[in-house]
Design a binder for this molecule. Sequence first.
Ligand SMILES: [Zn+2]
Length: 241
Amino acid sequence: MVFAQSVFSQKHVIATIREFVECESPSDDPAGIKRFVELFAETVKDIARVKMYPGKHLRCEFLLPGSKKTGQILALGHSDTVWPSGTLRTMPFRQSQGRLWGPGVFDMKAGLVFFIYAMRALLEQDRPIARKVVLQVNSDEEVGSPSSRPLTEEVARASAAVLVLEPSQGLDGKVKTPAKALAITRSPSTAAPPTPDSILRTAPAPSSKCLARFKKSPASPVSTVGSPSAPVSSTAAPAAT
Ligand SMILES: [Zn+2]
């Protein structure tokens, strides 16, 4: 595991999650979103080229080892949360019994932080990465992605695979597949959790149908990142946040 070998400790990861969670960023609070995306950009500025788009959507291209890059992998996340400004007063960040609590810890600030540390681990270990890795962080995901959608579709079309950093499903930690681009299924008994390294090396090309939709779909309890050859449902209902 790339991550397990890293010198970054759980303490570092939790400290960054805390910093992100304590910077509230509900979808309907432009000032909060602005503060958060600025914090995010600052957090990755030493390892990525960061570009801000209208609507406060961020695109970060990570400066990973390896001189030859063929194609790109897109990681997709969101900066907004469903928790109103001021939620911290009644639900402060806390760590208790092996869990973290606070507005947006689960969806999806921890996912963003894990990805940042995965990129740091690759850099730290100087592993040549064959593809460009781009992370797009949208600010309007919880309200249906009205302004980020064209940006997402554009960058997804240029990507060999899209990884969505949504939280895992349930206490078993099953991978949620909220974007159609990610699909697809293996049985729980045979599914091996993908490592950042294996994803970067083996990410498949997406189908054109995958790229057409980025609305949330119900989490599939048996899905993991893999071949996108399975059919994509168009009747999905929104997932809970
Ligand atoms: Zn989410």
